[in-house]
Design a binder for this molecule. Structure first.
Ligand SMILES: [Cu+2]
Length: 278
């Protein structure tokens, strides 16, 4: 009887590996075809110049954990198969563990984690530490954000810098959930929270930044394909978390400027400025 159970355990690595192979090779049912369900289950289209760095890190870790997963679940199957109680004629021998094995399976994972920590350092620095710079009056300074995103239950409030390039002045444009980004241009976004923890996630740009109340943070990217994409909250932030979505429109810079000027005009005409906390 025990051998049937061991077969069940063998199914886990087989089905698991099949799922990922179908996703990576883009074949049914993990592809984006007409009858596929769920659709486009793998990574969304990457439109960030730096996105491939994140994707290859993701793939590398997936392969690494995949190999370990196959190894450990095969071993589990093998032991259940070989030492099935019904078929075991040998007398049972008790053991209190192996010192050597303990050392090996402590050192191997530690080494793997250390390797990943060092291997991803540059990608982390590019995404989180090396904010783009610009030259102002012959001095190299950190690039200013063109929009401030404020997460609150349950929407993204946006405050665009307007023509003067400064956030917090009279020509700012206030909008909700409607982020527009100039195409092929390195941009900086300022991120804040008004209430609880959120996470500002742009799946197509491979950008994800926790939004922490009381902290002002920055993220930057260069979008290289025009279109309309998702903004999602990736941190459970309350009952309405699921609907905390926005829209990101990537468009050529002149079009972006035109759009912003038009939004400013509309705002002036209506005479109302959404309450954005200041
Ligand atoms: Cu949220």
């Amino acid at each position: 009887m025990g051998r049937y159970w061991s077969m069940l355990f063998l199914l886990i690595p087989i089905l698991g590996v099949l799922t990922f192979v179908c996703a990576i090779a883009d074949i049914w049912p993990m592809n984006g075809g007409a009858f596929a369900f769920p659709r486009n289950h793998w990574l969304p289209e990457n439109i960030n110049d730096h996105g491939h760095v994140i994707d290859s890190l993701f793939t590398f870790i997936l392969y690494l954990t995949g190999v370990i997963f196959i190894g450990t679940s095969s071993a589990l199957f093998w032991f259940m198969w070989k030492y099935d109680a019904d078929r075991n004629t040998q007398p049972i021998r008790y053991t209190h563990g192996s010192h050597n094995l303990e050392i090996i399976w402590s050192i191997l994972p530690a080494a793997a984690l250390l390797f990943i920590a060092i291997y991803q350092m540059n990608a982390w620095a590019d995404a989180k530490l090396r904010r783009p710079t610009e030259v102002v009056a012959n001095r190299e300074v950190l690039q200013k954000p063109f929009v401030r995103v404020t997460g609150r239950q349950f929407e993204w409030r946006l405050r665009y810098a307007g023509e003067d390039g400064e956030i917090g002045t009279r020509d700012d444009v206030h909008l909700v959930n409607d982020l527009h980004v100039p195409l092929d241009k390195e941009v900086v976004i300022q991120i804040e929270s008004e209430d609880v923890l959120h996470s500002f996630f742009l799946p197509n740009l491979r950008v994800k930044q926790d939004v922490v109340p009381g902290m002002t943070q920055f993220t930057w990217f260069r979008a290289n394909k025009a279109g309309v994409y998702d903004i999602v909250c990736a941190e459970l932030c309350g009952w309405g978390h699921y609907k905390m979505r926005g829209r990101m429109t990537v468009e050529p810079e002149d079009q972006f400027k035109q759009w912003l000027a038009q939004k400013f005009e509309e705002q002036e005409k209506s005479g109302t400025t959404p309450d954005s906390g200041e």
